[in-house]
Design a protein around this ligand. Structure first.
Ligand SMILES: C[S@@+](CC[C@H](N)C(=O)[O-])C[C@H]1O[C@@H](n2cnc3c(N)ncnc32)[C@H](O)[C@@H]1O
Length: 349
């Protein structure tokens, strides 16, 4: 006989699955909300969907349905029928928020990435990058050709980096360093946090021509353009040799083991023997659990888009040791939520 408890449990199980399936609808809804800039229109308080539709040039009854749905998932509030405000979560979609994730949301909900994710089954069945399968070229080559999307990607990475950059700037001992080189440093957000907090440091943001394009503006805004250069190049070929602290944040996840070994060998050959290498990124646990699904989705995102993957502490140690580095310290969560692995070129045997 079916009891009330049985059916309540069944309903809960069913809802958990259906909410999971609806994840793509949530992503699309957040993406449209971010793209239309609705959070900027309600930043000063609750407003009617009629005013919001007029100002965003949208269809009022449909916008209202979007806002009700975003209220249901915790981004907005609807204190009176048809009037909407922002929650703290939704406020992160304001362009003027210091914690803004608007570009990040627009990028990850961008048709380029959503279409690549439609190739997930291809990746899972073949192990190949879905991105290349869908677009006929690799992620960074493709994105570099898209002016607006390239700029959006750089801005999105900068937004994603802000908390980790601030924590690194406050928590890591930079006193012995003189010149810090941020390899794959994107728009320079990391050095724009570190250098103002450590006035003795000089810096170089090093990235591909497309990756570094926004850096001069970010460095200028941080007031560090006199002591920090934005330099374009290929870190597999020509790493600046005049630094003493090399940071490489959220980069190895982009690359296969073969490419990651090549990148570490390039670092080992070109950085001074006395330099320190700081890898900042996710360090995966040995087994998965429901505690932090984001890192597992990021890992899957790399399978789809770049052919890279997240790695465990042991995997990082092995890669570093096999490419001529010795691991000095592993500071788990030190650039929360990211970890810091400190390594040095091992003495030649
Ligand atoms: C995931 S993003 C991380 C950016 C930045 N470090 C951060 O954490 O926000 C990876 C970066 O690596 C850069 N990159 C990719 N291939 C590169 C190459 N061959 N040489 C230099 N940079 C490269 C990309 O342009 C991009 O900025």
């Amino acid at each position: 006989m079916t009891t009330h408890t049985d059916s309540a449990d069944k309903l809960a199980l069913r809802n958990t699955l259906i909410e999971g399936i609806g994840g793509y609808m949530t992503a699309h809804s957040i993406g449209v909300f971010a793209e239309l800039g609705i959070a900027d229109l309600i930043k000063d308080g609750v407003r009617g969907s009629d005013e919001l539709a007029a100002e965003s040039n949208t269809h009022e009854p449909s916008l209202r349905r979007l806002l009700r749905t975003l209220t249901a998932v915790g981004l907005a509030t609807e204190p009176e029928p048809g009037r909407f405000g922002l929650t703290a979560v939704g406020s992160q979609l304001r362009s003027d928020s210091p914690d803004s994730l608007r570009a990040f949301s627009r990028m990850f909900c961008h048709p380029i990435l959503l279409r690549a994710w439609q190739g997930l089954e291809h990746s899972v069945t073949t192990g190949e990058r879905a991105f290349d399968h869908v677009y006929g070229k690799d992620f960074y080559t493709y994105v570099a050709e898209q002016g607006a999307a390239n700029k959006l990607f750089n801005e999105a990475m900068g937004e994603e980096s802000r908390i980790a950059a601030a924590r690194l700037a406050a928590g890591y001992d930079f006193s012995r360093a003189e010149k810090i080189v941020d390899l794959g440093g994107g728009d320079g957000t990391l050095l724009a946090a570190v250098l103002p907090a450590h006035p003795h440091l000089k810096g170089i943001v090093f990235d591909s021509p497309g990756g570094v394009a926004e850096a001069p503006e970010v460095l200028k805004r941080a007031g560090i353009e006199e002591r920090c250069e934005a330099r374009a190049g290929d870190f597999f070929q020509d790493i600046p040799g005049d630094g003493d602290l090399y940071v490489i944040k959220s980069v190895f996840q982009d690359w296969s083991d073969e490419d990651s070994y090549a990148l570490l060998r390039s670092c080992r050959a070109q950085i001074p023997a006395s330099a320190t290498l700081l890898i900042v990124g996710t360090v995966m646990p040995e087994t998965s659990s429901p505690e932090n699904p984001i890192m597992f989705f990021t890992d899957l995102n790399m399978l789809v888009n770049t052919g890279g993957r997240e790695r465990t502490e042991n995997e990082f140690r092995t890669m570093l040791e096999e490419t001529g580095f010795s691991v000095e310290r592993v500071l788990l969560g030190a650039a929360g939520p990211l970890s810091v692995i400190e390594a040095r070129p091992a003495a030649a045997r």
